[in-house]
Design a protein around this ligand. Structure first.
Ligand code: ZN
Length: 168
């Protein structure tokens, strides 16, 4: 089953202040992201592995949404960011890319100093041991955030189930 953009639109507008789809784009932002093969997108698609939590800036309402639907709704290429996170999960000594660094900087996972540092080392071919360690620790912070978010979402037993597949 493909992503159902009409269903996505309907669900998002139900939780938006505006009734206008274009306006609604300004009310929502991605606040979290993680991997989980058993999740369901707000559009109804099941088994999305890349889960992104979008939050309404005014009401605080949250919805789980797949990368394809995030791109459709907010124009953010979350799939690229997820692919980059997976690369780092395999080898935390490698480099995250600019989009991913910027995304986690905006979320507050990466602080200003680390953000600047990462941007500085993009052009460098060889890193010192100290620089390698710093980059590694930033990568771990990103991975921890992604893993922690998943755990919190799964243990959220109040209100609407964020991740439960109703058919399983
Ligand atoms: Zn979807």
């Amino acid at each position: 089953m493909a992503h159902n953009f009409n269903q996505l639109k309907k669900s998002i507008l139900e939780l938006s202040i505006t009734e206008d789809w274009e306006e609604a784009r300004r009310e929502w932002e991605v606040v979290s992201t993680y991997h989980d093969p058993d999740s369901q997108c707000t559009c109804g698609k099941q088994g999305i592995a890349e889960v992104n939590i979008i939050e309404n800036k005014w009401t605080g309402e949250q919805l789980p949404i797949g990368s394809k639907c995030v791109h459709h709704f907010l124009g953010i290429k979350m799939h690229t960011i997820h692919a980059n996170i997976k690369k780092i999960q395999k080898d935390p000594f490698r480099s995250l890319n600019r989009d991913t660094i910027y995304f986690f900087y905006r979320l507050g996972v990466i602080n200003e100093a680390s953000f600047k540092f990462y941007n500085d080392i993009f052009r460098k071919r060889n890193l010192s041991v100290k620089q390698e360690r710093w980059r590694y620790s930033i990568n771990l912070a990103v991975l921890n955030f992604v893993n922690q978010t998943k755990k919190e979402a799964l243990s959220n037993k109040t209100g609407e189930p964020l991740l439960t597949n109703h058919n399983s």
